[in-house]
Design a protein around this ligand. Structure first.
Ligand code: ADP
Ligand code: MG
Length: 407
């Protein structure tokens, strides 16, 4: 019989108190449930006296999304926890420490990051993150390299692939990112003022072919252990610290999917900026920084990845002249294509981003959606033929140039 039940607040406190060496024995602990309640519970337990805290994350056995409900395996809590532990091993300063877990209760007890801000919120407020690209580039290079056939024994890697079979969560990605936006699906969710733009996606055969090819990569290319949902809402940041959370979509997939997710979310914020910047100067400064960040994320990824390859590659075949360059080019192309697909789904698909949907002015919000779609579709079309990360900035600047609504 399964012991599973959603924790009560009192149980959360008792569990927190039982973690050895964390809280003082006579500590008066307080607890709040701070998750958004859709997929998981998140308990924040603190000692009021010294501010020390910890986080208990518990998976719920279903997902409630906009009036719909579907069952989701509790095994995803194990997958998230094991991914956190592996990522922490390769990038200890960039991932919260796991203190304890209980697979039957689908619980992970982890480091409290409440002194950080969710990066999406920070970016909307115009916060600068000068070290972000460096941090996330290193995070992705080391977690992707060392979990791939390049950085680990190929037979052990196959066992890892099995360990991270994640059908329920992969299905969400397969449907919401690679399928629904390109047909008249009841899962789609877009405002009437962009209906024409949304419907154009359903009939664009050239675009749909590129999406089919990206979907095939997502389905079949078990290159590395991905985070699987690396958007700016899964990143806690301060100007000098970056922490990656929430890898419940982790599975073995194509490396460019993670890098593309980061870049897509920077570009969604770029598209949204006319709704947030208060002056033309501010708009240009923020957008300039975002495009720099996009390029820098890729450059830090690439240089770290090549360095790890040159130093630690375990596969002699991978030392063949020319192979590394071809591999990196493949990742770049995948990154650009996946970035585009991830932007499009946030405009017309089920799940959106606050950067765009909380813009108050209706005309500016519509313009942001159209800019995001323009950039997203251009990236999807360009991906397979791209040769440089700089092509992204050119595409983004073109969309900005065509904007009509002024601040
Ligand atoms: P979900 O999978 O339900 O999206 P997340 O892991 O993204 O759950 O967590 C939901 C929210 O809970 C986060 O946006 C953040 O506010 C809070 N949270 C999650 N993990 C931590 C943590 N380690 N420290 C502090 N707050 C956290
Ligand atoms: Mg989340």
């Amino acid at each position: 019989m399964s012991q599973y039940h959603p924790l009560s607040l009192d149980e959360a406190v008792a569990l927190a108190q039982s973690i050895p060496g964390h809280f003082r024995e006579d500590a008066e602990l307080s607890v709040r449930e701070i998750g958004d309640g859709n997929l998981n519970l998140v308990f924040h337990v603190t000692d009021e006296a010294d501010g020390k805290g910890l986080i208990i994350k518990q998976a719920l056995p279903y997902a409630k999304v906009v009036g719909e409900s579907w069952p989701l395996s509790l095994d995803r809590a194990r997958i998230e926890r094991e991914a956190l532990q592996i990522q922490h091993a390769y990038a200890p300063d960039l991932v919260p420490a796991v203190y304890s877990y209980d697979d039957e209760l689908a619980i992970t007890v982890m480091e409290d990051l409440s002194d950080h801000t969710i990066m999406r919120k920070g970016l909307i407020e115009g916060q600068e993150y000068p070290l972000f690209a460096k941090h996330i580039g290193r995070f992705m290079a080391s977690t992707l390299f060392y979990t791939s056939d390049l950085g680990m024994n190929q037979q052990e890697k196959k066992l890892r692939v099995a360990q991270f079979i994640n059908p329920d969560l992969c299905k969400i990605t397969e449907d919401l990112i690679f399928e629904d936006p390109y047909r008249d699906s009841p899962n789609n969710n877009f405002s009437e003022d962009i209906r024409q733009d949304a419907e154009a996606l359903w009939h664009d055969d050239e675009l749909r072919l590129e999406i089919a090819l990206l979907r095939e990569k997502f389905l079949t290319h078990a290159e590395a252990l991905l985070h699987g949902d690396l958007h700016t809402g899964s990143i806690f940041a301060t100007p000098d610290s970056t922490k990656v959370i929430d890898p419940e979509f982790a599975y073995y997939g194509p490396m460019g999917f993670d890098i593309g997710a980061v870049i897509a979310n920077l570009l969604l914020n770029y598209a949204a900026q006319p709704g947030w910047s208060l002056s033309l100067e501010e708009l240009q400064a923020r957008r300039g920084r975002l495009l720099q960040m996009v390029e820098s994320v890729w450059r830090h990824f690439e240089s770290n990845f090549r360095e790890l390859w040159n130093r630690d590659v375990v596969d002699v075949t991978a030392r063949t002249a020319g192979y590394q360059d071809m591999y990196v080019q493949k990742i770049l192309r995948d990154t650009i294509g996946f970035a585009g697909a991830k932007m499009i789904r946030r405009i017309v698909g089920l799940s959106h981003v606050a950067d765009i949907d909380t813009i108050e002015d209706a005309a500016l919000q519509r313009q942001a959606k159209q800019a995001a779609l323009q950039i997203g579709t251009a990236l999807v079309r360009r991906g397979r033929f791209a040769s440089s990360i700089e092509e992204i900035a050119a595409i983004a600047k073109q969309a900005a140039k065509e904007e009509q609504v002024t601040l």
